[in-house]
Ligand binder design. Sequence first.
Ligand SMILES: C[S@@+](CC[C@H](N)C(=O)[O-])C[C@H]1O[C@@H](n2cnc3c(N)ncnc32)[C@H](O)[C@@H]1O
Length: 280
Amino acid sequence: MNDNDNRGKLKKNLEKPYYGYSIMRYFTVALIVGGIVSIALAIIFTAWVSILCWVLGVILLSSGVFLHLSMGLVNNPEKIELVKDKFSDLLGNVWDGNGKVLDMGTGLGRVAIEIAKQFPEAQVVGVDTWTKGWKLSGMTKAGAEKNAIIEGVSGRCTFQTDSALDLPFEDGEFQLVVSSFAFHAIKIPDRTVLFEEAIRVLASGGVFVICGPFSGSFLKAYKVKNMPELLEKVQQIGVEDVKFVSFKEAGVNLGRLANIWEMGYLSGRKVKSYGRREKR
Ligand SMILES: C[S@@+](CC[C@H](N)C(=O)[O-])C[C@H]1O[C@@H](n2cnc3c(N)ncnc32)[C@H](O)[C@@H]1O
């Protein structure tokens, strides 16, 4: 069955793809509403109940506002479009659009599908474990497949349930490896293994672009103190042209507070053959 047939099958109410994150909006609204209600109760009650409500209200309200200002971008379609457009621009500069592409931690396939749309010669595969927490945001394999059908690329964009920590691919299988907002979501003591896996499955001369937050606390999870140290660590795995371009430098303006997470695109090109390392 070709993409047009598939699209025809889903014709009506499935025309719009869903790329997740509305749960973040509900969570933020719940925090803000909870804060306002607590403060209202603080005014009604007296003595220690009032103090308790004030404290709770201020904590909930400020957490909600902070979350909205710093992470609200993830459910803001315009801001997400900016991140996605810049991702495609960047890829256009470093990759010729041919060959196999891997998206690690693909979620609902937002980046995988965009690449398949932008680069008609690309064969894209998205892997994800679709972990429980993310399923709450509707992130499922079926959801990603449905999006690929709606966007008319299901013939060249497929999804499989596998961990980014142990990719079921041969060394050097891909010309491009990408990941968007996934590395930081994978909880392991040293996330360097994610770069090792990405680079292992890349062909010599292949490129990777990893998008996400790289502020101090996130860098700790790669066992480095700062970005230059991370770039050096990644380079030593066997790549050249390693660089980090922050959203700010790339002209992706997501609002001031979003900058505290130091989000951006970390990219490089594999130069040496890289044997499979012993699993940690
Ligand atoms: C924040 S979401 C990002 C989804 C998508 N890349 C995007 O930009 O919309 C993080 C994703 O990482 C996935 N994930 C968590 N642990 C993983 C693992 N070990 N291997 C692959 N994916 C994983 C989650 O299931 C989730 O879909």
